[in-house]
Design a protein around this ligand. Structure first.
Ligand SMILES: [Zn+2]
Length: 121
């Protein structure tokens, strides 16, 4: 471990030490999600959710990827994924990380409301 390793771990632990950001990461470690899904999940306005996502992205914990009209966020730090498994319990024991999307009632994101979206198209 070098001085920089300790700094890097400390900075990431700091960004993780927040209940709403942990909630976001608990969703993102299962599957990539878009900001509107996270808004519905947290029940918070978009500026608040975007602010948390920005902090997580600046810390290198999450990455974003544009898919069609939507931007999906995912956890792209393998060390943080391992920490989340320890802190929040493993999610990949049964079916693997993918396919663990947890729908939110009243959410209109492409994963929760694909039927509504295809009807609108
Ligand atoms: Zn959704």
């Amino acid at each position: 471990m070098t001085e920089n390793d300790y700094k890097s771990i400390g900075a990431r632990l700091k960004v993780l030490a927040h209940p709403e950001r942990l909630r976001i990461l608990d969703a993102l470690r299962r599957e990539p999600e878009c900001v509107c899904h996270l808004e519905a999940l947290l029940g918070k306005p978009q500026p608040y959710v975007s602010q948390q996502l920005r902090l997580l992205r600046e810390a290198g914990v999450i990455c974003d990827e544009k898919q069609g009209q939507n931007v999906f966020y995912r956890v792209c730090d393998a060390q943080v994924l391992a920490w989340l498994d320890v802190m929040l319990g493993p999610v990949n024991a049964v079916r693997g990380r993918q396919g663990r999307h947890e729908p939110v009632a009243e959410c209109n994101c492409p994963k929760c409301a694909p039927v509504i979206l295809s009807l609108a198209a």
